[in-house]
Design a binder for this molecule. Structure first.
Ligand code: TZP
Ligand code: MG
Length: 213
């Protein structure tokens, strides 16, 4: 799948740990989110996840059917084997995950994303031609990730995004009521976990995350 940076507009991330282990709920929410306008999805089975590899594979396959049906690019978090096994559209890694050089070598023709937190990390990412996008964050405090780094705020997001030669998505504590402020930096999109998972009106939430309404 060819990557267009417009696809970063609303990048939803989720795994079983974000829904208290309720896999059926996860699948339902992802379908709802795809139906209502997310532009990218990442399956991230991490932190407090209790799924076995076999369970993770089954969930990943079901999520692939949904994302394919709605034509939403499907990214796997830090699991090259799973990404290959289900032929997902791409892979995302953080600074402490599988090394980006290995990801690039093993995942040709896939969408590749890397998380960044500092100016040095953004500059290092600029030297990696095959990256399709970077994540910048956390922008605000978040409960959705263990071992999370300190929040950087909107001014620092602005500085890092200005420095980046790659398209970028902002992440961490982004909600429908602060998305507009985040988007004033002209960052290409916002990435969220809890704002969509906890939403009582996913369509409205996604619209607001796009900076509308
Ligand atoms: N990486 C940096 S912050 C974060 C990840 C995966 C969690 C974002 O979750 P939320 O609920 O949108 O703050
Ligand atoms: Mg590429």
């Amino acid at each position: 799948m060819k990557f267009a940076k417009e696809q970063l507009a609303v990048y939803f991330i989720a795994g079983s740990q974000n829904v208290g282990g309720d896999v059926d709920k996860l699948i339902q929410i992802v379908e709802d989110a795809c139906k209502n306008g997310i532009t990218m999805f990442q399956y991230r089975e991490k932190d407090k996840s209790t799924l076995t590899d076999a369970e993770k594979l089954q969930v990943a396959i079901q999520l692939k059917e949904i994302t394919t049906k709605y034509n939403v690019p499907y990214i796997i978090d830090d699991d090259i084997d799973l990404m290959k096994e289900i032929n997902a559209d791409g892979i995302h890694v953080g600074q402490d995950d599988t090394k980006i050089e290995r990801v690039i070598a093993e995942c040709p023709n896939k969408i590749i994303g890397l998380s960044t937190h500092t100016l040095d990390e953004v500059r290092a990412a600029n030297n990696v031609d095959s990256l399709d996008y970077i994540g910048i964050g956390p922008i605000f405090a978040t409960q959705s990730k263990l071992k999370v780094k300190p929040a950087i705020g909107i001014d620092e997001l602005n500085r890092l995004y200005q420095e980046s030669t790659h398209p970028a998505v902002a992440i961490g504590g982004i909600k429908e009521d602060n998305a507009k402020a985040v988007l004033t930096t002209n960052v290409d999109g916002v990435s969220v976990i809890s704002d969509i998972i906890d939403s009582s009106d996913i369509q409205q939430t996604i619209n607001r995350l796009k900076g509308n309404a």
